[in-house]
Structure formats: C-alpha cells, structure tokens
Design a binder for this molecule. Structure first.
Ligand SMILES: [Zn+2]
Length: 591
C-alpha cells in the first residue's frame, strides 16, 4: 500500500532554513576553505618526473573531488531556492557566490591541466595505471589531451579574460535585445516568449497571426542579431584559428565525447528515414483542413487528451510502469515520492519549466516542476525521475566520474519517459485519446529529425561562410530557409526564415552547437529501450552498468560495451529509427 504523496518538496533535510540557513552558511565557509587548499596545492604542483612522485597529484585529485562535490551540492540547493520562489533575493546573492567559486575552480583547473600537459607521456601512462588514478584515468586523460589542443596557459587565460566582455558579452547582448522586443496582439502587449507560446494554439488563425507578427518583429530587429551572431561566431572562429582547429565541430564533438563518424552515421540514417514521415505530414495537413502544413502547424495539437490524473495517480502509474522494466527503478521512484524529493505544486511565484538537480554530497536529488495532471505532465515527471535515477546509480562512484555530457544526459530521462508514454498509449480508454498520445510521440520524432536537423544544417553552413567574412541578414535568412526546406524534405508551405534570430540556442556561448546532442540522446535511448524490450527483466542490471559508465567513457565505447553496437555504423541508428516508425505506423493506422 502506497502512502499519500506530498506535492511540495523537503529542502530542510539538506540545509535547514532556506536562504537564511545557518547550516548553508557554514557549508559554504567550509567549501571556501577547501578551495583555498586546492588553489595552494595547484600553485606548487610540479609535473611528476617519475612514477614514484604521486603524492602531489594524489592530494590535488582528492581535494578537487571534495571541492567539486561541495560546489555541486551548494549550486543545487541555490537553484532549488530560486526555483521555488522567484522573489527570493537572498537566493540570488547565493547564486553570485556560487558563480564566484565556480570561476575560481575553473581557473584552478586550467592551471592544473597545463601541468598535466608537461608530464612526459610514458610517466603519465604508468601513473594512470596506479591505484588511486586508475579509476579516474579516463577523465584525467581527457583533461590532458584537451589541454594539449589548446594554446599555452597565458594565451588561453587572455582569451578567457577577453571573452568576458567579448564573446560572452555578445551572448548577453542578444538576451538584452530580445528582452526589449514586444508584440501587439489584440491590443495586448506581449513579450516574444508569450507570443511564441501562441504558436501551438489549437486555433490556426491565432497561430498564423502570432507567426506573422513574430516574423515582422524579428525581421525588423534582425540587423541587430546579425551583429551579435556574426561577432560571437567571429570570436569563436578566431579562437579556433589560433588553436589551429579547422573543424568547427571539434569543440562540440569533444564536449559530447563522440566522433564525427557517429554524428554522420546518425544524420545520414535519419535523412534516409525521412520519407516515411511525409505521408504523416500530409495526413496532418488534411486533418487540419489544409493543403500543406506550414512551419507553425507542425506542432499544432491534434486534439486534446482530456484524461487527467491527480498527482497521486500519476505517481502510482509511474511507479507501476517502472516496475515492469526495473524493480530497482520503481523502488527508487517510490522512495523519491516518500521522502519528498519532488516539488510539483501548481502555485504562483514558481519558476516555469522543470528540472532535476543532484546533491552529490548528500547522495540525494530534487525534482522541480509544476504538475497539471495532463499526460504531458505525467511524462515530464517520469522524465525527471529518469534523470534522478541516473544520478542515484552514480552516487557510489568517484566524483570525477559522475560528469556526463548533454548527449547522454538525456538517456535515462528519455528512457523513463518512453516507458510511461508507451504504457499510457496501451492503457488509453478511447481511440481518440490513443490517437492524441501517439501523435505526441510522432511529433517528438519530427522535432528531433527535422527541426533539430535544420538547426544543425544551418549552423554548420553558417560557420563555414563566416570563415570567409561577415554574413548578411539576407544571407542568414536564406541559409535558414534552405536548411529548413532540406530538413523538412520540402513538405511545408511556409518556412521560418528568421529562426536563426529567434532561437536562443544559436546565441549560447557556453555550449556550441546546442542541437545535435538532443537528437543523439533521443535515438540513443530509443536503442536502449529496444534492447530492454528484447532482453526483458535481465536488462535491469545491464542498464545500471551502462548508466554508471556514462561519465567515464566516450559514447562509442559505451555503446560497444553495453549494447554491443557500433555507433559509427548505421545499423544501430536504423534499429532505433525502426522503433520510431512503429509508433508512426500505429498512428497512421488509427487515423
Ligand atoms: Zn531532461
């Protein structure tokens, strides 16, 4: 018998007293002391000359893991504070403190990596074979080899320092300009974000009006965004040039620990499979009473699933479905509900959206969302529980092995979401509801295969042209339209030429190419899901082992070891896409 689950989370069990917490103050003070120790140790760190000189390195690695763990714990708590109450001013102060400590850690690491580079290759190799370093050798090696590809420490820190008011400043300028934009609709003054929300309105005239107004607004302002985009990409390309990096994909591929061959195999397979989605696009147009879909119709709702679940029902449904795949995952979810690790209440003053954050020092996680009872909020809850479970199975690992990139970050979450979404389709009480739920799944595929693909095509082509000089607004519009036509296999009536200006992801400076990892994560978890269906209950422990390796392997080795597949070959991707097609076929049959 399950208990009644609370809709609000318990943060006091981590630090008592919210943003006024004395425990938190104390914790941060201690963290700062560890940071001082780490900086001191790095300052005197000299490259080991032989394999007996392990003391300094060992000390640094130990303190580094403590500092990282404490900073994550602190950062997670602060993000929970600001999420639960956007008015919490003290939380903002803590946020600045967290950034300051983060920057100190970043500088320390750059220095440390430079010492790694100076270690002789043979000495380095045998050092990493020794006990304290062996377990974390992937991460240490990765740091060293990435540092090798960079310039010497003085130049890199100059780039970093100039980047604050150069590179990153262009990104901030973008945000500031967007915040100034507004749109008049029916006498109402809307932000571009609010107007964009109307793009998935069930009423086509509302969608069309929002789309036209958005085009007009972005169009008028686009010369400004031509500046911001050209300068931030120019800064990036200049940096690459000095580092002698010719491929603009080097940085994002390194960051996602994947090869270009894998990326190409994925996109090529997707491209081959797109034709299967053409009849669906036609069908959808027909259902909406249109000749052809326009950009703003692709994600339009088909109908509404009116089936609502209370939080309690949603929780019980998720636990029940998880249990069919993995009792351990179900037990974990049950514990998360019981211990109040989830904030789901629908109230004002909360941040929008959802996230899952980890407290590696306490070995706990917290989920933040606003639960509405719709199928999509049940799916979101399952999604975030998937993230939480990923962290849970990594708790026992060394801190340095707990970091994983964006492309695998979405693996456990998508997997969990898929279990629940599939079950919801199976248990749908009416045909109409089943159709809505299935269409939702198909639409997700379309987003990952077409929308995200268009972003990737645009971005790669834009960077190539930018190498030759500044790219004009007209050309940017043209590049975007062409990318969309190609990605949507010419199925649409109207495209979105100013998408390059309106989509924040092209202007994020922390992570370049904020697009293909989404599609990778989606299909990668599809492949895992297919394996889970095939293997049955025995898959549970294999799944855990896979998740535990996400922070200490590149994706090709990860897939080879746990799924026995080669990501650089098309087979794996074909398999995953076939699974997506089966949803598509069920949907087409129903329609
Ligand atoms: Zn996620």
């Amino acid at each position: 018998m399950m208990g009644t689950y609370a809709l609000t989370w318990d943060l006091d069990s981590i630090f008592r007293g919210g943003s006024d917490s004395e425990e938190l103050k104390d914790y941060v003070r201690k963290t700062e002391r560890y940071m001082d120790d780490l900086e001191a140790a790095i300052r005197t760190f000299t490259p080991p000359k032989n394999t007996d000189q392990t003391e300094e390195l060992n000390k640094i690695v130990e303190i580094l893991q403590v500092v990282s763990k404490k900073l994550s714990e602190f950062g997670a708590f602060v993000s929970c504070l600001s999420a639960q109450n956007v008015q919490d001013k003290k939380a903002n102060m803590w946020q600045s403190k967290r950034s300051e400590l983060g920057a100190r850690l970043g500088n320390g690491l750059t220095e440390m990596d430079q010492v790694f580079v100076q270690v002789d290759d043979d000495v380095w190799k045998s050092l990493l074979n020794q006990a304290p370093f062996k377990a974390i050798s992937f991460v240490l090696n990765e740091r060293r080899s990435l540092a090798k590809d960079k310039l010497e420490v003085g130049k890199e820190s100059l780039i970093n320092d100039l980047g604050v008011d150069g590179y990153h400043a262009w990104g901030q300028m973008y945000d500031a300009l967007v915040a100034k934009l507004s749109i008049e609709m029916n006498g109402e003054k809307l932000s571009v974000g609010q107007a964009s929300n109307r793009l998935d309105n069930p009423d086509r005239s509302v969608r069309k009006e929002a789309f036209d107004k958005l085009q007009e607004t972005w169009g008028e302002a686009s010369d400004l965004f031509t500046e911001t985009l050209n300068h931030l990409s120019g800064f990036r390309l200049q940096t690459y040039k000095h580092r002698k990096w010719e491929n603009v994909l080097k940085e994002p591929l390194d960051y996602n620990r994947m090869s270009e061959k894998t990326l190409n195999a994925m996109w090529e397979t997707i491209t081959e499979y797109k034709k299967h989605y053409v009849p669906y696009m036609k069908k959808k147009a027909e259902k909406l009473g249109l000749e052809r879909l326009s950009f703003y119709d692709v994600e339009a709702p088909f109908g509404e699933a009116d089936q609502k679940m209370s939080f309690q029902e949603g929780a019980e449904f998720i636990i029940q479905q998880f249990r069919k795949f993995s009792p351990k995952m179900a037990d974990f979810a049950e514990m998360a509900f019981e211990k109040r690790w989830i904030e789901a209440e629908d109230r004002s003053g909360k941040q929008p959206g959802g996230f899952c954050t980890s407290f590696p020092d306490s070995g706990e996680t917290r989920i933040f969302m606003t639960y509405s009872g719709s199928p999509s909020s049940v799916a979101t809850l399952a999604h975030e529980l998937g993230h939480a479970y990923h962290q849970h199975v990594m708790n026992e690992l060394p801190e340095l092995n707990q970091g994983y990139a964006m492309n695998v970050a979405e693996t456990a979450s998508t997997f969990a979401e898929m279990i629940v979404a599939d079950a919801a389709v199976k248990e749908a009480s009416t045909e109409a509801e089943k159709m809505v739920l299935l269409e939702d799944k198909v639409q997700r595929s379309v987003a990952f295969f077409m929308n995200i693909h268009a972003r990737f095509l645009f971005e790669t082509r834009f960077y190539e042209e930018r190498k030759q000089g500044v790219v004009s607004t007209e050309r940017l519009n043209e590049l975007m339209t062409e990318a969309q036509q190609e990605a949507y296999v010419h199925t649409l009536d109207e495209y979105d030429p100013t998408f390059w200006a309106s989509k924040l992801h092209f202007h994020i400076t922390d992570v370049p190419f904020y697009n293909f990892p989404y599609t990778f994560g989606y299909l990668f978890s599809m492949g895992i899901y297919a394996k889970a269906l095939e293997v049955g209950p025995a898959f549970e422990d294999r799944y855990i082992a896979l998740l535990q390796d996400t922070g200490r392997m590149n994706v090709e080795d990860l897939a080879k070891k746990h799924l026995d597949v080669d990501l650089e070959e098309k087979d794996f991707w074909v398999h995953a896409l076939e699974l997506c097609l089966s949803d598509l076929e069920s949907f087409m049959d129903l329609v």
